[in-house]
Structures are given as C-alpha cells and as structure tokens.
Design a protein around this ligand. Structure first.
Ligand code: ZN
Length: 135
C-alpha cells in the first residue's frame, strides 16, 4: 500500500495525475490489481477518482504519501554519503523503507546530519568501508 501511495505521489508530481496504467507500469503489477488497490484506497479515503484527471490523493492520502516520500529521501540521503552506486541505493531503500521504524529512521537522519557536517569523520567511515569491501 505504501508503494502505491508513493508512486501515485511521484506520478502526480511528474504529470499532474496518476492513471492505473502508469501505476501498473511503475510497479510492475497488473492493471487489474492496481484497480483493486485503488478501490481499496478510495474506500479508506486516501485517493479519489476524478473523471478527467485520473486518481488524485485526498488530503489524508497526501499527508501519508508525503511521509513515505520523506522517509525514502532520508534513507537515500544517508546511503549516498558512502559512495554506493545508485542502483544499489534505490533497491536497498525500496526494501528498507517498508521495515524501518520511526525511531530508527530518526537515528539514521541524525547520523546523516552529523556525517554531512563532519568531513573528517565521513572520510574515515568511507575508508573503513572501502577496506571491508576490498576496494
Ligand atoms: Zn521508495
């Protein structure tokens, strides 16, 4: 469900609307499943269907999707500090974001902030990672 809200928000930001066919393409899920999920989200008051625009988020849907995207960005910002490749970062963030608790996310955010403000420590951490990975 998080994946849906996240993709709907991305699509709305990109194109101004989200259609089932686009959501299905982004998530690699059949259009029938997407339609089912959209009905469920509609029932929970998170999305609504507008005739010429497709699916849009309600205020509550927007709030939840915003938090999901923010979590994705925090995890991405953290992993980017260490020079990992973008594919690895994206794949790992997509996995981690569903499991990370709020307190752990706050830990990661605080560590990212601290490392961003401390080049010396960041270089030391990266040096250790390179050594562990044998690069
Ligand atoms: Zn994500």
């Amino acid at each position: 469900m998080d994946d849906y809200l996240e993709q709907i928000l991305h699509l709305i930001e990109e194109k101004g609307y989200a259609r089932a066919v686009d959501i299905s393409g982004k998530l690699g899920i059949s259009q029938a499943s997407v339609t089912n999920m959209l009905q469920k989200l509609d029932g929970e008051g998170l999305v609504k269907h507008e005739k010429y625009r497709g699916t849009v988020l309600t205020e509550e849907g927007l709030r939840i999707a915003g938090a999901i995207v923010e979590r994705h960005q925090t995890l991405t910002r953290f992993l980017r500090l260490f020079g990992l490749d973008e594919d690895t970062i994206y794949r790992d963030v997509e996995g981690m974001e569903h499991h990370v608790s709020k307190p752990t996310l706050e830990v990661i955010r605080a560590v990212a902030d601290a490392l961003e403000g401390n080049d010396k420590l960041l270089s030391e951490v990266k040096r250790r990672i390179r050594k562990e990975l044998g690069r």
